[in-house]
Design a protein around this ligand. Structure first.
Ligand SMILES: Nc1ncnc2c1ncn2[C@@H]1O[C@H](COP(=O)(O)OP(=O)(O)OP(=O)(O)O)[C@@H](O)[C@H]1O
Ligand SMILES: [Mg+2]
Length: 319
C-alpha cells in the first residue's frame, strides 16, 4: 500500500539527511521507526506526508500510496490525498488545534470536508467519532475548547480529526511521548484498535523501543539518515543483526536512549553531508574491520534486511 523506494532528502546547504531509505507497509500493518535523535525519522515521515520544512526537499527516490505517486503530486493532488488517504499526529497536539474553536467544530469541519457530510449531520458523526476514540462524555468534549482538555484527551481528539477522512495510513511521530505512561498506554491501545478495527496502516516514530514492541509488527532502525536494519519487531529484538541495533537494545533498559546512546556507544554519528564511503556506523562499531570501509548495500534474507558487511559472519559467531 505504501512504498518508499530509495528516498533521499536534502536539507538547506545540500547535505543529505535521509539516504537510500526504502520501506513498505501493507493495509492494517504497523511499522515502527527508531533511532537516535537526528537520524532522519521525522524527515522521512514528512517526505511521505509532503510537508517538508522550507528548503528541505526530496532529492531522489519515489513514494507511492496505492497507485498514486506521491513524489509527483501537484498541490491540488496533495489536497486530495492529505487528510483523506493519509493523515498524521505529532507530539504536541495542542499546537495543531485552533485554540479559539471548540474541538467539536474543528472535527465537524473535517467531517464535512473529508467525508462530504452535510452540516446538520456532522455533530452526531463527530460525537460518535469522539466516543470511538475512547473519550468519555463525547457530547461534552464536543463543546469544549482545546485548553479545557488534558493532554491525553487532546491527543485522542487530534487522532479523531486525523482519521475523520478515513485514511489508509496514519503517521504518528512521537505522538505519545509527552503523555504520562498510563495515558500513553491507553492512546497506544487506541492506535492498535484503529489498526485492527479499520485496517488503518500505521507508521509510528518513537524513541522508545517498548512502544514500538507494543504496537508495531515491523521495525526499521535508522542510523545517520539510513535504515540499517528492518524486520519483524519480535525477531529484531530477539536477534538483532546489525551491531547498531544490538547496541541500541543493550541501552534500551536505560530509558530514554535517544539522549544516552551517545554516551553508551562511544563516538557520535556523522553529521549530514559528511562524506562517508563505507559503513556510517563503522567508527563506533565494536566489530568493524577493513571491509567496513567499502560501501554497504542492504542485504535481504527472508523477512529481514540489514546493512552490514559482517552481519552473516557475526550471526554465526553469536549462534
Ligand atoms: N529544517 C531543517 N533544516 C536543516 N536541517 C534539518 C532540518 N530538519 C532536520 N534537519 C536535519 O536533518 C537530520 C534529521 O532530522 P530529523 O528531524 O529527521 O531527525 P529525527 O530522527 O526525527 O530526530 P528526533 O529523534 O530528535 O526527532 C538532522 O541532522 C537534522 O539536524
Ligand atoms: Mg523527529
Amino acid at each position: 500500500m505504501l512504498r518508499v523506494d530509495d528516498l533521499h532528502v536534502t536539507v538547506p546547504g545540500g547535505a543529505e539527511a535521509v539516504r537510500q531509505v526504502s520501506l513498505s507497509l501493507h493495509k492494517g500493518q504497523s511499522l515502527g521507526l527508531v533511532g537516535e535523535s537526528g537520524s532522519g525519522k521525522t524527515l522521512t515521515c514528512r517526505a511521505i506526508l509532503g510537508v517538508l520544512p522550507p528548503g528541505v526537499a526530496v532529492s531522489g527516490g519515489r513514494v507511492t500510496l496505492g497507485d498514486t505517486d506521491l513524489t509527483a503530486l501537484t498541490r491540488t493532488g496533495w489536497d486530495r490525498v492529505r487528510g483523506s488517504r493519509l493523515a498524521a499526529v505529532f507530539q504536541d497536539p495542542g499546537s495543531y488545534l485552533n485554540p479559539s474553536l471548540t474541538v467539536g467544530r474543528q472535527l465537524a469541519e473535517q467531517l464535512r470536508l473529508k467525508r462530504g457530510l452535510p452540516r446538520r449531520a456532522t455533530r452526531a458523526a463527530a460525537v460518535e467519532l469522539l466516543a470511538a476514540m475512547g473519550l468519555r462524555r463525547p457530547g461534552t468534549v464536543y463543546d469544549q475548547y482545546p485548553h479545557e482538555l488534558s493532554g491525553g484527551m487532546l491527543q485522542r481528539a487530534l487522532i479523531a480529526i486525523a482519521v475523520a477522512g478515513g485514511p489508509e495510513l496514519l503517521v504518528a511521530d512521537e505522538a505519545t511521548t509527552a503523555l504520562d505512561p498510563a495515558v500513553q498506554a491507553e492512546v497506544l491501545d487506541l492506535l492498535r484498535d484503529l489498526r485492527e478495527r479499520d485496517g488503518l496502516a500505521l507508521l509510528l516514530v518513537s524513541h522508545d523501543l517498548a512502544v514500538v514492541a507494543q504496537v508495531c509488527d515491523r521495525v526499521a532502525v535508522f542510523y545517520a539518515g539510513e535504515i540499517v536494519e528492518q524486520g519483524p519487531t519480535a525477531e529484531v529484538i530477539a536477534g538483532p543483526r546489525h551491531p547498531y541495533t544490538e547496541a541500541l537494545l543493550s541501552v534500551a533498559s536505560l530509558g530514554d536512549w535517544r539522549r544516552r546512546t551517545l554516551q553508551v556507544i562511544p563516538g557520535r554519528p556523522p553529521e549530514p553531508g559528511t562524506p562517508v564511503a563505507g559503513c556510517r556506523f563503522a567508527p563506533r562499531c565494536a566489530y568493524a574491520s577493513g571491509v567496513c570501509a567499502d560501501p554497504v548495500p542492504m542485504s535481504t534474507l527472508d523477512d529481514r534486511a540489514v546493512r552490514c558487511h559482517r552481519a552473516a559472519e557475526l550471526a554465526l559467531v553469536g549462534a
